[in-house]
Design a protein around this ligand. Structure first.
Ligand code: FES
Length: 109
């Protein structure tokens, strides 16, 4: 698992209540559960400095708490104005109940 970065246990993520995670080399991350699948995105809205985990998850969409924009958590697409720039998404790997993302997807220097 050396090429994977551990984020959290699956049991820590509740559908409708995304979990804020910090991991070395990554910007703030949000981990979501939707219909039995886990998704990881950047946690910072692309429109401003809001944390999406402070927003409202409605199915596969996360609504920003600041201006009501929204993103599709499955592909990062901005789906509601004023959000227009897609949200970065990460490749999720599950290992024995642990949610991981590839170390190669880290963006910090
Ligand atoms: S900061 Fe998220 S919609 Fe404006």
């Amino acid at each position: 698992m050396s090429d994977l970065v551990i984020l959290c246990k699956t049991e820590e993520v509740v559908e409708g209540a995304p979990l804020a995670i910090t991991a070395d080399g990554f910007p703030p991350l949000a981990v979501y559960l939707h219909e039995g699948a886990y998704y990881v995105t950047d946690n910072t809205c692309t429109h401003g400095m809001a944390l999406l985990t402070d927003g409202y998850q409605d199915g596969h969409e996360i609504e920003c708490p600041f201006h009501g924009g929204a993103f599709d958590i499955t592909n990062g697409e901005a789906v509601s104005f004023p959000c227009q720039i897609p949200l970065k998404i990460y490749t999720v790997t599950l290992k024995n109940g642990i949610i991981c993302v590839p170390a190669s997807e880290a963006t910090a220097p």
